[in-house]
Ligand binder design. Sequence first.
Ligand code: G4P
Length: 286
Amino acid sequence: MQNINIQWFPGHMTKTKRRIQANLKLVDAVVEIIDARIPVSSRNPDLDKLIQNKPRIILMNKCDMADKIQTKRWINYYQSQNIKAIPVDCRSGKGLNLFIPTVKSVLADKIEQWEAKGMKNRAIHLMVVGIPNVGKSSFINRMAKKDSAKVEDRPGVTRGNQWFSIGQGLELLDTPGILWPKFDDPEVGEKLAFTGAVKDRITDTELLAYRLLEVMCQYPTPQFVERFKLQDTDLQNTQPYDLLEIIGKKRGMLMTGGKVNTERASVTVLDEYRSGKLGNITLECV
Ligand code: G4P
């Protein structure tokens, strides 16, 4: 089957780019949040150019739904590129205890230089960037403890920017930078649609479910087989549209006349994948 051409709208890319560039001048490091299930497709292809030499920390978010072995391999890969990455789950907060120590280790040389210049308690400023839905707000909400007062605007700082103190001298810009994913690659669009990062149009749902089933059949997880009762189905030799019918039938999704409601079955397959019920699956391996 061919990839589906998922359409999405980048919004005000130039404006966003300019805002991120303006904010970059105010921060010591950039926190790039990516989706651990799609470590390639959830990144912005222009980010390197945009942030240039600014130190960066990658948060592999939603790692609760990704394949643990793959997440580890990706972290090693980033390490080989001299980038520190940590696996996190910003919904539960798991892994975030490593965040402040990681920032401090990435900025160790700078902190030493500041101290040598007598700036012992200089705050560390950070900006959070990532594509829509990757978990930027969840991260900021988790880190900015409820009782932490917003730090006042200070001279020289773009008006309206608010900073949250997150402890140990770290401050987070509370407006996340919204990046755009790579548009021109249909595979990227498809993966973003699988995870729900871009909304699928109603007409795409069934096609998208076929494509996801095709991917799932290559490496069927026990959860996938069990939840849809596919123990007796030859997954390697069943066409995705036939498989969707089987799934719909097993779940009792029948219309009057006994025909399977494949649209309902599609929504179920996609929902269960997106909520992690079909197991921990990373769609891009290193
Ligand atoms: P954004 O600011 O980058 O746009 O993303 P946001 O934090 O709003 O998160 C988008 C969705 O992803 C939210 O779900 C959020 O709960 C979920 N999410 C964020 N981080 C994680 C994570 O590490 N693991 C999992 N499993 N989910 C995560 P939602 O359905 O839109 O909202 P809600 O149902 O959680 O309220």
